[in-house]
Design a protein around this ligand. Structure first.
Ligand code: AMP
Ligand code: AMP
Length: 338
């Protein structure tokens, strides 16, 4: 029978690698961390990597891919794969890797992601096709924007044209209704081995400078001529009102159902719905991540929700390793490989 000793778990050193590698160790796998030069320290210090492979830049990943294949490594993609290697190149990965092949295209293309969410009956913020249609607060998101830097808010067409002057003309953007509410990001896990959807945890992000503007009086905000940005710097753990949980499960289940119409056998593994919840408890989902999100990082030793279900501290990283382990032991590894 195949054993987990025949395989290693590998990932890129950034984003949620500490959690992924620690989780793999906890399930009994040996681990490999692929690091950029100068970034190995955390992976050594926290003792999560049995082996570190250094590369100059993440886009040099394909130069070391053969080494991973020889070691029978299973690669776990995360946000840095999408950001630095690109969703289209992820499709070219030859080494065994966890997750649905082709799904990352649907999360990184705003149009495709929106169609997915709408088909799954998630409420989404309204999109304005032309600046002239702006009749309420909107957020303008540039396609290339990384981590919410360079977004701006407008209230009217005039306001829009006044602010857009600061950006290069050819830059593509979307005009989205600005939802006044609180951000709530739900971390799900769907296993193709157990065919069950789990709610793993929730987070809210800590964004600079949006999360600090309220520290100064409105008058001072105007004096300082602040431009709001949403650069992600970290994540905070959260639990939600228990009466909302049934809806949270339903949203996740609909996403999985619709994913089966989009790609092959559909989405599996960790995914996240990023929503703003308004005062009427409506979830406005503005983004979907079809892979582990860094918002799961506060839960290296499990979340209140995983504690209800598991008798060991179960992080999302560890849940991935457990899925792979179950697939190996049940001789159905192909179910979890992209
Ligand atoms: P990094 O490797 O830290 O540059 O992150 C790669 C991508 O993941 C970037 O596009 C970030 O915006 C996103 N990201 C990194 N860390 C977090 C986090 N803690 N929460 C949400 N997104 C993140
Ligand atoms: P994104 O780059 O799409 O993840 O958005 C970055 C941040 O902007 C989010 O974490 C929210 O704080 C905020 N945001 C994005 N879209 C909306 C929206 N439609 N309404 C209100 N806030 C939003």
């Amino acid at each position: 029978m195949a054993s987990i000793k025949d395989y290693k778990i590998a990932t890129l050193g950034s984003h949620s690698a500490l959690q992924i590698l620690k989780g793999a160790h906890d399930e009994g796998f040996e681990t490999i961390c692929i690091c950029r030069k100068g970034y190995r320290k955390p992976y050594e210090s926290f003792k999560v990597a049995d082996e570190i492979i250094e590369i100059e830049h993440f886009h040099d990943f394909f130069e070391i891919e053969d080494q991973l294949i020889k070691k029978n490594a299973i690669l776990i993609p995360h946000g840095s794969f999408v950001a630095y290697i690109g969703p289209e190149k992820v499709k070219d990965i030859k080494v065994m890797h966890y997750g649905t092949r082709g799904i990352l295209e649907h999360e990184s293309d705003r149009e495709k992601a929106r169609k997915w969410l709408e088909k799954a009956k998630c409420k989404t913020p309204k999109i304005f096709k032309k600046p002239e249609e702006i009749d309420r607060p909107v957020i303008i998101k540039f396609h290339g924007a990384k981590g919410g830097k360079g977004y701006f808010i407008a209230n009217s067409p005039e306001d829009f044209y006044d602010s857009i002057k600061d950006f290069p003309e050819d830059e593509k953007y979307v005009i989205q209704e600005y939802i006044v509410g609180v951000p709530m990001y739900t971390h799900y896990f769907y296993s193709r081995v157990t065919e069950e959807l789990e709610v793993m945890s929730f987070d809210k992000r800590y964004e600079s400078n949006a999360d600090s503007i309220g520290r100064i009086a409105a008058r001072d905000q105007l004096d300082a001529n602040i431009k709001t940005s949403y650069t992600i710097t970290g994540n905070m753990p959260m639990v939600i009102r228990e009466s909302i949980l049934p809806e949270v499960f339903e949203m996740g289940e609909n996403i999985i159902k619709v994913s089966k119409e989009l790609v092959g056998d559909g989405l599996f593994g960790p995914f996240c719905l990023e929503a703003i919840v308004d005062p009427n408890l409506n979830f406005y989902v503005f983004e979907i991540s079809a892979r582990i999100v860094a918002g799961t990082n506060p839960y290296v030793d499990g979340s209140p929700y995983t504690w209800l279900r598991y008798d060991v501290p179960m992080s999302t990283g560890r849940r991935i390793a457990l899925d792979i382990k179950m697939a190996i032991e049940q001789d159905c590894l192909e179910k979890v490989l992209g």
